[in-house]
Design a protein around this ligand. Sequence first.
Ligand code: GLU
Ligand code: MG
Length: 490
Amino acid sequence: MTTLADPVPGGRPGEVERAVALAAELAGRGVHGIVLAYVDTAGVGRVKTVPVGKLAATVAWGAGMSPVFDTFLANDAIATTDTLGSPDGDLRLYPDLDRLTVLAAQPGWAWAPVDRITQDGDPHPGCARTFLRHLVTRAGEDHRLEFRAGIEVEWVVARADAGGSEGGGGGGGGGGVDRVSGRDGDASGFRPVATGPAYSADRQIELSDFAAELLAACAAQGLDVDQFHPEYAAGQFELSVAPLDPVAAADRSVLVRQTVRAVARRHGLRVSFAPAVRGTGVGNGGHLHLSAWRDGANLHTGGARRHGMTATAESFTAGLLTHLPALTAVTAPSPASYLRLRPSQWAGVFTAWGLETREAGLRVIRGTAGQRGQAANVEVKPVDLAANPYLALGCALAAGLDGIGSGAALPLETTGDPAALDPAEAKARGVRRLPVSLPEAVTAFRADPILRDALGPVLTDAVIAVREGESAAVEGLDDERVAAAYRWKY
Ligand code: GLU
Ligand code: MG
């Protein structure tokens, strides 16, 4: 479970003593430094580190970091809002000791996600993890609801010296990217490592040592891996994990990526979680799996509505569907996200839902007979790993809770690829294409008071400013250059 209490100056009750004991144990295990991890509004993981001897002091008083990172862009340029993006001020980072993990593939290091509070001891209104924590707490208090969440992780593997754009500044070109690049690399030097067919035994063998060490590292870190498999796109792999409470699921998604990257480096490899590593083709998804629970029961099974949903689960799913266009500004936050969000690439780019339908924005999963109490959930597909997982989960929950609040009902179900529906049929089912660009997503987001209210003004403004900054940074770039600009940012 996640610690739901906000950090306080001086430390939460009992935590300093706990940190003293923990630091001694960590030092005995050869840990020298603690990575304090959070994710910015652009979805880039940012860190500070402290020596292990400073863990107790950090638990008491936090580590300093500027709020300016809330409006950093992926290229490290800085956008501004009324309250963020200025060079002034400071925040305190507080590690969550319940999540502190010794990193198996980074000897000498442990890792912990952080909450951020102001120097006056108040929650920082721009802290995405605090936003999600508060939302989960409120859903418990107001609706007696709990949630379980899982975030799938897909990535493409390249050699550690792989080229492509390193540069930011919006130019991002990476010099002479070949538009007609096929599977075997392009003029920028980008070349996926594994070349075996999708889902193939060959590809698993090609990355056998890397994959075995990854599974070992996950096990050593207590990451409950469900599956690891070669994916669809060239050089692409996926790891899926068991569901947890939403904050823990978001934390773990960050830790999984830290672990995949670190193991890859040890094998002379480099990984990209970017929504698209190329201008065309199947991208990297970060599908969200969500289920609402009450009194220990999964509300997505055993009910009287379609596919066993209870009325609450149907309304939750309907809320997600209604807000899906606006949600994409949070779940698909990069210009590169829209290279992935194309029809018939299993990315779910329509406001449609269906049972086990991989092309609908929402895939209702009933689970296997005998396991439904645990397995039934709804999968949100137009989500990638440029998304800040705390913002993505928080906004998805806010959308679902809005559906519950209004008793929303689902429209007709879709089977097969919604791209194949004739326009009259699509209209009858309420099937619309999701935003085709980041500016379109921002327009939908601006028009969605439910998401804006859930986020509050500071995070809302940060989301809009950062998305607009990203859009401006790629102005005039063709698809290959957009892919190159973000390939090594995520
Ligand atoms: N890579 C696909 C995506 O962009 C998903 C493939 C799958 O269904 O696992 O979301
Ligand atoms: Mg997949």
